[in-house]
Write a protein that binds this ligand. Structure first.
Ligand SMILES: [Zn+2]
Length: 481
């Protein structure tokens, strides 16, 4: 399960810290990362740093120690995240500024995790609730947060925006930039899934705003996504970009796409009577564009190995049950993201959100090598980098898996920066997957075979026939005809 509920996380962290007091000091998360990664062999150039979402970065370290860790991470291409915290901002901001000044001195980007101040729209204020027939406010309880009415959350914008602006002011006054502001804000908005639409049908305000609400899921979905975009634009992106116009601003799961979502987050339930497209046993949901109206300048699609994938598909090769939906989501996002918008995909290799009782007997997880193949295809379809999330105990498994691909891909840094993706096919059978970037009359190609196939595959790229030999686990440079 994703580890994101800030107060619970903070509490667990304190309890864990207390329980280990007196024992031999455990290595810090930063030391754990440094121990399982090596410095890059090729310079990072203009590519984005690798984002690691989970670790606790040693933000309270002394200046000397902080500088050492910043440099060590930087030689590996890994960003040091500064997490903006809610409450007592005037106490937290000076340390965030201290880190930013050091990063600026060392020529590094500032990378902010804004999650800590991003939640609190639906804080239980009665006026933000739906309104029942007897005039009483009510909230939807089918989520672990309690969304209220999409048409009544606007009163919360100003107090929420003040938090963002307090940090922005501190950065501006100190003369340090916000280069990346990224967040995992998802839990706090109105929702149409689970019982979201059903709740709205009991709300007099929603009924008034949307004629035929009970017959028109699409209209409610559009209204919800539009309000969510307004929340993110007015509270996050607009104030940040006003102060720092070049900032890369992005949020978990908000990316351009083909109109569908191919995965289910851990809090989402498959309910009857909602519109789905079916493939095998998978249910795809129509999804409105929340990216463009939110004003984000960085796309952050979610490419996780969701547990439900294993049962959703019936491909002969069990590995393709993972690969196929991941490639579908990756392709959908990459194909619709403009070239000037970087895409930093949230990724996670080991089975995501497994059942509490553990994985069933005979369950075949995604193999590490297959996950790395997938990351290559994501890069060669236009994603620029990765933001890796994992539970803290998976750091030693997850960090090197993504870092190895990130580090190896630096050999093609210029190609990845300049190249244009030219292949979008997601084969409906477990055969061969081919992805390619074109630059300088060459193709950088990855071919992955899900059935043994030593033969050359002839494909059409932009009207030309191109032969792609088999090359397991390798990229190939092929001259364009
Ligand atoms: Zn309502």
């Amino acid at each position: 399960m994703r580890q994101r509920i800030q107060p619970i996380c903070a509490l667990l962290f304190i309890l864990t810290s207390l329980s280990v007091a007196g024992e031999a000091a455990k290595p810090s998360d930063a030391e754990r990362i440094l121990a399982v990664t090596k410095p890059l062999e090729h310079p990072r150039g203009g590519r984005p740093p690798l984002i690691l979402w989970t670790p606790n970065f040693p933000t309270q370290a002394s200046d000397d120690e902080l500088e050492r860790i910043l440099k060590e991470l930087n030689t590996r291409g890994i960003a040091f995240l500064t997490r903006w915290q809610h409450g007592e901002i005037e106490q937290h901001a000076p340390n965030a500024i201290r880190i930013a000044k050091l990063q600026k001195k060392l020529g590094m980007e500032t990378v902010i995790d804004g999650t800590g101040i991003a939640h609190g729209f639906y804080d239980g204020t009665p006026s933000t609730g739906h309104v029942s027939a007897d005039g009483k406010p009510f909230f939807d309880s089918s989520f672990f947060w309690r969304p209220g009415c999409p048409f009544a959350v606007q009163s919360r914008f100003a107090p929420m925006r003040e938090r963002t602006e307090a940090y922005l002011k501190a950065y501006a006054e100190a003369g340090v930039p916000v280069d990346y502001w990224l967040a995992d804000w998802e839990f706090d908005g109105p929702e149409e899934w689970n019982d979201g639409w059903a709740s709205a049908q009991r709300c007099t305000r929603c009924q008034e705003k949307i004629p035929d609400l009970a017959k028109n899921f699409e209209a409610y979905s559009k209204a919800v996504r539009s309000v969510r975009a307004q929340m993110q634009r007015e509270v996050f992106t607009a104030p940040i970009l006003k102060q720092f116009p070049a900032a890369r601003v992005g949020n978990y799961a908000i990316a351009p796409h083909d109109g569908h979502r191919y995965w289910w987050d851990f809090f989402e339930q498959r309910k009857e009577g909602l519109p789905y497209a079916r493939e095998h046993k998978a249910l795809y949901r129509p999804w409105a564009d929340e990216f463009t109206p939110s004003g984000y300048t960085c796309a952050m699609p979610v490419l996780y190995t969701w547990y439900h994938y294993a049962a959703d598909y019936e491909f002969k090769n069990p590995q393709y049950r993972w690969f196929y939906p991941l490639l579908k989501e990756a392709t959908s996002a990459a194909r619709h993201t403009p070239k000037q918008i970087p895409s930093l995909a949230f990724v996670h290799w080991t089975t995501t959100n497994p059942p509490k009782e553990g994985l069933p007997q005979g369950f075949e997880p995604m193999l590490r090598a297959m996950y790395q193949e997938f990351l290559w295809h994501a890069l060669l379809r236009g994603h620029d980098g990765f933001a890796m999330w994992c539970p803290a105990n998976e750091l030693e498994a997850e960090v090197p898996a993504v870092h190895e691909v990130y580090a190896q891909s630096q050999a093609y840094a210029e190609f990845l920066e300049q190249g244009e993706p030219v292949l979008w096919e997601v084969p409906a059978e477990s055969s061969s997957v081919i992805s390619a970037l074109k630059w300088n009359n060459k193709y950088l190609v990855r071919r992955t075979d899900f059935e043994p196939n030593p033969r050359v595959i002839r494909i059409d790229i932009e009207g030309q026939s191109v032969d792609i030999p088999s090359a397991e686990g390798k990229c190939q440079l092929i001259e364009a005809p």
